[in-house]
Design a binder for this molecule. Structure first.
Ligand SMILES: CC(C)(COP(=O)(O)OP(=O)(O)OC[C@H]1O[C@@H](n2cnc3c(N)ncnc32)[C@H](O)[C@@H]1OP(=O)(O)O)[C@@H](O)C(=O)NCCC(=O)NCCS
Length: 412
C-alpha cells in the first residue's frame, strides 16, 4: 500500500518495526534483540516515524546530548536512526522528519544539532556543515621500529588489565576530563557506556574477540588513561583493533600506545576514529610506522539558535565582524549579525539596517567552522563563503581557533 503518509513519535511496542525499517535502509540483517536492548536507551518522545498505513517507512530520532565546545558545553540534539525504505525514497520523508526534530530541539532550547552522515551530499541542504575530521591509523608492529621511550621524567605507569563489566566508574571520570579538553565530544549515558562502549560486540563490526580493557595507572593506583581493544585474526599475526583510547594525560596515552604496539603474536594495530591531530605517528622514530589509512568527515554541526550558539563557546581572539547569514530552514538565524568578541566572550546582536557585511555565508559553513576544525580561509578558497572585507576570514579563524582539533570518538 502507498497512500497518505503520517508522522509521529513511536511507542515502545513499535521499536522492532522501527529497527526493521533501519535495517532495510542500511542493508543490515534485522537484529531481533536490538529493540529490547535499545528500549531504555532511545528517547521515545524524540523519535519520528513515517507511516504508510500501518507500516513504518521512515525513521529518525534525536539524542539529548551535551556537546563539548571551546570553554564549556552546550545542549545539542544528536540526530540518529535516519532511514527511509527504498520503496519510499525521494518523496520528502527525510526532510519532513528532520524539520520536525529540529523544530522540537529548538523548542527544548538546544543551541545546536549534530550528526554523522552516511553520505556527504545529504545534510548540507538542512544546514549541517562538516565540523570535525577523523583519521584512521594502521601500525605495522612486525618489523623493528619500537616507539620512542617515554620522555625523561614521565611517570612510571602500571598497565592493568580490567574486566570491562563494571569498569564504568573508573573510565567515566577520565572520559569527562578528556571532554573538557577537546571540542566535539558528546556526553554518554550509563546505558551508552554499558551497551555501546563496554559490551561484547562479537560478530558485529568485522568480528574480533570480546573487548579487552587496559588501564594506565600511577603507582598510587590513580587511573590516568585507558584503552579498549579487540583482537582479530589468529596468532602469530593477529590484529589489534583499538575501539577507544582516552587519556587526558599525554604521557598516559603514550604508555598505552607503547603497550598496544608491544603485545606478542600481533602483526598490526588498527586505530580507527582517531583525532586528526593525534600525535600517534610521532611516537615512532620512523613516523611511517603508523600510517593514515583513511581521513574523513566525522561530526556535522547545525546551529539551531545562532546567537546563543556563538555566545555559548569560548573565543581565542578578539574580533568584530558583520556576518550575512543565509538559512533557508530556520529563518530566525538568517540575516545580518554583528559578532563582537572581546576577552574570550562573544556578543551577537542584529546588525543595524544597511550595515555592509564583512562575510556572507550559508549557515552550514558557520556550523562547519563553529568548533574550530574547518577554517573560514579554507572555505573562502573553495568559494563556499564570500569575503567583502580583506582579512575578515582570517580574523574570524583566529577567534575560532582551538588548541586541539574537534573530535568525537563514537558514532551515534
Ligand atoms: C538518505 C535517505 C534518508 C533520504 O531520504 P529521502 O526521504 O529519500 O529524502 P528526501 O526525499 O526527504 O530528500 C530531501 C532532499 O535531500 C536529497 N537527498 C536525499 N538523499 C540524498 C543522498 N543520499 N544524496 C544526496 N542528496 C540526497 C533529495 O534529493 C532532496 O533534495 P531536494 O530537497 O533538493 O529535492 C534515504 O535515502 C535512506 O534511508 N538512505 C539509506 C540510509 C541512510 O543513508 N541514512 C542516512 C543516515 S545518516
Amino acid at each position: 500500500m502507498s497512500g497518505e503518509l503520517s508522522f509521529r513519535a513511536i511507542h515502545t511496542a513499535e521499536l522492532p518495526r522501527f529497527e526493521h525499517c533501519t535495517a532495510i535502509a542500511f542493508h543490515a540483517p534485522t537484529d531481533v534483540g536490538l529493540a529490547d536492548r535499545f528500549a531504555h536507551r532511545i528517547e521515545l518522545d524524540r523519535t519520528r516515524a513515517a507511516f504508510d498505513g500501518g507500516r513504518i517507512v521512515g525513521t529518525a530520532a534525536a539524542l539529548s546530548h551535551s556537546l563539548s565546545v571551546p570553554g564549556g558545553e552546550l545542549t545539542s540534539a544528536g540526530i540518529t536512526w535516519i532511514s527511509v525504505l527504498p520503496t519510499h525514497r525521494r518523496r520528502g520523508i527525510l526532510g519532513r522528519m528532520l524539520d520536525e526534530l529540529l523544530t522540537d530541539a529548538r523548542a527544548r532550547g538546544e543551541e545546536v544539532a549534530t550528526l554523522w552522515a552516511s553520505e556527504g551530499g545529504i545534510y548540507g541542504r538542512f544546514g549541517f556543515g562538516p565540523a570535525a575530521t577523523e583519521s584512521s591509523f594502521a601500525i605495522d608492529t612486525r618489523h623493528d621500529g619500537a616507539p620512542w621511550p617515554l620522555r625523561p621524567g614521565a611517570p612510571d605507569y602500571t598497565l592493568q588489565m580490567r574486566d570491562p563489566a563494571g569498569a564504568r566508574p573508573v573510565l567515566e571520570p577520565l572520559f569527562e576530563r578528556a571532554r573538557l579538553q577537546r571540542p566535539g565530544m558528546v556526553s554518554r549515558t550509563p546505558e551508552w557506556w554499558d551497551e555501546r562502549v563496554l559490551a561484547d560486540h562479537r560478530g558485529e563490526r568485522g568480528g574480533g574477540t570480546d573487548p579487552r580493557l587496559v588501564v594506565a595507572a600511577l603507582a598510587n593506583g590513580s587511573a590516568r588513561g585507558y584503552a579498549i581493544y579487540r583482537v582479530r585474526g589468529r596468532e602469530p599475526d593477529a590484529t589489534i583493533v583499538v575501539s577507544e583510547l582516552i587519556a587526558p594525560d599525554d604521557d598516559a596515552a603514550g604508555a598505552l600506545w607503547r603497550y598496544l604496539c608491544s603485545i606478542d603474536l600481533v602483526g598490526r594495530v588498527e586505530a580507527p576514529h582517531r583525532p586528526v591531530d593525534d600525535p600517534l605517528p610521532l611516537l615512532f622514530p620512523d613516523l611511517r610506522r603508523a600510517s593514515v589509512v583513511e581521513q574523513r568527515d566525522s561530526l556535522w554541526v547545525r546551529l539551531l539558535d545562532l546567537p546563543r550558539a556563538l555566545e555559548g563557546r569560548g573565543w581565542a581572539a578578539d574580533v568584530r565582524l558583520t556576518l550575512a547569514v543565509q538559512d533557508e530552514r530556520i529563518p530566525e538565524n538568517a540575516g545580518s549579525w554583528l559578532l563582537d568578541v572581546a576577552g574570550h566572550e562573544a556578543r551577537v546582536t542584529r546588525a543595524a539596517p544597511g550595515t555592509r557585511p564583512d562575510l556572507t555565508l550559508d549557515v552550514r559553513w558557520l556550523g562547519a567552522a563553529y568548533l574550530g576544525g574547518t577554517p573560514l580561509t579554507r572555505l573562502l578558497a573553495a568559494g563556499a563563503v564570500a569575503q567583502h572585507t580583506e582579512g575578515a576570514a582570517e580574523g574570524l579563524d583566529a577567534a575560532l581557533h582551538v588548541p586541539l582539533a574537534p573530535w568525537v570518538p563514537e558514532m551515534f
